[in-house]
Design a protein around this ligand. Structure first.
Ligand SMILES: Cc1cc2nc3c(=O)[nH]c(=O)nc-3n(C[C@H](O)[C@H](O)[C@H](O)COP(=O)(O)OP(=O)(O)OC[C@H]3O[C@@H](n4cnc5c(N)ncnc54)[C@H](O)[C@@H]3O)c2cc1C
Length: 459
């Protein structure tokens, strides 16, 4: 045991099974818990992510108060504030959980450079750390299945145990006040455990609460992914289907660690030659998409759910993203930025990774020529139109079969349901069959030159 240690919390806002916290409390008599808020980043985040972050920080502060300490909150550039807290407390070591993005790499390099010795890095935000799941040749797998096989056969690190150090009570500048509350993670977990058996079937149906809704808790680290894997196990299909999703999450994080430009550049460089739609018409289409006014009910329902709640069901994220890229031929990066702003779980690795999957430009993506048909998706995954009715109420009087494609419904039936195309609900902004052909041509021309994947190149 020796002196004073600091834990700098970032996206690991919990005490339970937090390896950085465990290392500091085991190695030091006194520990300071610090959070550095970069005001610009806080303001730049969308309202739901900002709120989720503040809720998570307040909960961490409560956990610290429960063991006699407080969260020290500082505002400013971490490269200035972290060394300042270190010299203030005369700390001999700083502990963090690692992060994988371009931005965090730059930040951590700057902080390390301003400290007398580098920070101690653990990996409490992923099940397996980046670089630990590699092919025999020592590369990150280009496809998910071999990654998953190796990932699932490997034991995650043991859950970390904190020791009872003296926790500093310095409060720094304090957290901004916030009144909104979210569902406690324990309740979400209980619900997940109850419904796990039906997860493989229900996870694709947006009308029911068939998924865990833990993505925001994972985003801010209020729950440990290793703890989740331990708790869920893999001894029945529901459990292993769920844990597989956590492997996707790790995979996109590992991919990001090797491709720091994942939100800027197609992972298969040839796809950066696609001629995306630009100009006033594309801007108008983009606005219709963001407002949930494309005339395709399943897309509009998803986009309205996003703006109203900061969350969107995974199946609908795929359909809405595909519509932007493959029907409107709008650059996936524009949609990625928009989603990241509005999602409470918005996160570069997961968001850009999934956008590249949908656009067909990413690792193990759907082949670009397999284009989602929004009507087929709607009928298959929202067969009774329940999800559409919730978010596009102006269509709610249409029958279960008609609600997916209101423009094709006979005018008398539409009138009886109070639906007037172009007045109460828009006509489709694009014809899917036409859009499909246009997209195939655009992708094919981009591919005319070489499209060698570059997943395993260092950034
Ligand atoms: C276009 C698009 C953008 C996305 N953007 C994000 C994002 O910014 N942040 C984010 O966390 N997820 C993102 N996802 C993945 C997925 O949609 C969400 O993680 C999921 O909907 C969250 O709901 P849940 O927690 O109920 O999921 P569950 O089905 O309960 O899954 C459990 C956990 O597994 C992980 N997971 C599930 N699906 C995926 C996936 N496809 N890729 C990676 N991890 C997954 C999540 O951490 C999730 O919380 C995106 C998907 C698409 C298609």
């Amino acid at each position: 045991m020796s002196d004073h240690g600091i834990v700098w919390f970032r996206r690991d806002l919990r005490l339970h099974d937090n390896p950085a916290w465990a290392a500091a409390t085991n190695g030091h008599d006194q520990v300071t818990a610090v959070l550095v808020i970069e005001t610009e980043l806080l303001h730049g985040a969308g309202p739901f992510r900002r709120q989720a972050f503040l809720n998570a920080a307040q909960e961490l502060d409560r956990q610290l108060a429960g063991i006699g300490g407080r969260l020290r909150v500082e505002y400013g550039d971490p490269a200035t504030m972290v060394p300042l807290v270190a010299s203030d407390t005369d700390a001999s070591a700083i502990y963090v959980n690692g992060d994988v993005t371009r931005w965090s790499a730059r930040r951590d390099t700057a902080v390390d450079a301003a400290l007398p010795s580098p920070m101690h890095v653990s990996w409490g935000t992923l099940v397996h750390p980046p670089g630990s799941i590699l092919t025999k040749a020592g590369n990150l797998s280009k496809v998910f299945t071999p990654f998953w096989k190796q990932w699932s056969s490997r034991q995650p690190r043991a859950a970390s145990e904190a020791a009872s150090a003296q926790i500093a009570t310095a409060t720094g500048s304090g957290l901004p006040t916030s009144s909104a509350h979210s569902m406690p993670v324990t309740e979400q977990l209980d619900r997940l455990l109850e419904d796990l058996a039906s997860y493989p079937e229900s996870r694709d149906l947006p009308a029911i609460a068939g998924t865990s809704r833990l993505s925001t808790a994972l985003r801010f680290g209020t729950i440990s992914p290793v703890h989740l894997v331990e708790l869920i196990g893999t001894d029945h299909p529901g459990a292993s289907a769920f844990v597989r999703q956590l492997a996707w999450r790790d995979w996109y994080a590992h991919t990001t660690a090797k491709n720091l430009e994942i939100d800027r550049k197609a992972l298969r460089p040839g796809f950066d030659r696609i001629s995306w739609a630009t100009g006033a018409e594309a801007d108008r289409d983009f606005d219709c998409w963001t407002q949930g006014m494309t005339g395709y009910p399943i897309v509009d329902a998803g986009m309205r759910e996003l703006r109203a709640t900061g969350w969107m069901h995974n199946r609908v994220r795929m359909v809405a993203a595909s519509f932007l890229v493959k029907d409107l031929l709008i650059d996936w990066r524009r949609g990625e930025r928009y989603f990241r702003h509005w999602l409470s779980d918005g996160d570069i690795p997961q968001n850009a990774g999934n956008w590249q999957w949908v656009a067909g430009t990413g690792p193990d993506a759907a082949p670009y020529f397999r284009i989602f048909n929004p009507l087929t998706q709607s009928r298959r995954f929202d067969p009774s139109g329940t999800y559409i009715r919730q978010w596009v109420p102006e269509l709610s009087a249409l029958s279960d079969t008609s609600i997916h494609e209101p423009w094709s419904v006979p005018p008398l039936e539409r009138a009886a349901a109070g639906v007037w195309i172009g007045e109460t609900y828009p006509a489709p902004i694009i014809d899917h069959a036409f859009a499909r052909e246009r997209t195939l041509l655009a992708y094919q021309s981009a591919l005319a030159a070489d499209i060698e994947p570059n997943h395993d190149q260092a950034p």
